[in-house]
Design a protein around this ligand. Structure first.
Ligand code: SAM
Length: 277
């Protein structure tokens, strides 16, 4: 099985519990947040008639959310996993395409220069050839169009996550069934890369982007979501009693108001930003 197939099989399984474990809700409040997230990374408001391509759209948090909060733009969702796409459709995302987000020039079934924005939210680290994928996203963008990138893991998130998970497992003492253990290993196998900000900047430049605005962000939010993921996997009854959505919102606020300002850049957990063609 190659890396793409590992990702397809894993995400076809993960789609059944993805939203619950990542505290994803598809409602009007989330829709407004999805729109704000795109606009804040883009540095401007969305414009009527713009075409967005959400590559690796997953269960459609962003594709369905932006469609709901900004009906004046079109959002095309693309994902490798049919299971993820089924959930995105149920959440209100449309139109949707099954396909690969990377893979070489001409791989995306989208005409050259036809898209205003490409959204890559937590997908680049799943792709075998990130530079090739960025170059393909560049191809489909109109001149002046942009890629909005978020949730790409930095090297430090693995170390911090490891400490948190080890601590939780020591307290929980819940051995996994062999099948659940298999899927935990599959999750690790599907995560192909971590990126420092500098590495991603170099990749974006190699893919041809002329203006690169990337930075690192998030500490508390990633730890809260990691804790949610682990607890739901080991003790779902307990996990379901906790207010993950509120915890996640609070942690995002703490990140943006405090931690993203005081924690050194290389200690933050994700790379986010904008690449302009
Ligand atoms: C971490 S999820 C992110 C989903 C969504 N963007 C979000 O923010 O919730 C990664 C998504 O990328 C998709 N994916 C993985 N490899 C892919 C590939 N080669 N082409 C297209 N999608 C892929 C997975 O199926 C999954 O839905």
């Amino acid at each position: 099985m190659d890396d793409v197939e590992v990702n397809r099989v894993f995400h076809d399984h993960e789609c059944h519990y993805y939203d619950e474990r990542f505290a994803i809700v598809h409602d009007a409040r989330s829709a407004r947040r999805a729109r704000r997230e795109v606009e804040s990374l883009l540095g401007r408001s969305l414009r009527a008639g713009e075409v967005l391509l959400d590559v690796g759209c997953g269960t459609g948090w962003l594709a369905a959310g932006v469609r709901r909060a900004a009906p004046e733009v079109a959002v095309i969702g693309l994902d490798l996993s049919q299971g993820m796409l089924d959930r995105a459709r149920a959440a209100g995302a449309w139109p949707l395409m099954q396909g690969q987000a990377g893979g070489g020039t001409g791989w995306l079934p989208i005409a050259t220069g036809s898209v205003d924005l490409v959204i890559g939210r937590g997908v680049l680290h799943h792709l075998p050839d990130p530079v090739g994928a960025l170059a393909e996203w560049y191809r489909v963008l109109r001149p002046g169009g942009a890629v909005v990138l978020s949730s790409e893991p930095t090297p430090i998130v693995e170390r911090h996550g490891d400490v948190l998970v080890r601590g939780m497992l020591a307290v929980l003492r819940t051995p996994l069934e062999p099948e659940a253990e298999f899927w935990e290993l599959a999750a690790m196998a599907a995560n192909l890369h971590v990126f420092s900000c500098r590495e991603l900047q170099a990749m974006a430049a190699a893919a041809g982007f002329r203006e690169i605005n990337l930075r690192t962000a998030a500490v508390a939010a990633t730890l809260v979501l990691t804790a949610s993921y682990v607890l739901h996997g080991r003790q779902p009854e307990i996990a379901r009693r906790l207010p993950w959505r509120n915890l996640e919102s609070a942690s995002r606020m703490i990140d943006s108001v405090v931690l993203d300002r005081v924690v050194p850049g290389r200690w933050r957990h994700t790379v986010i930003g904008r690449l302009t063609r």
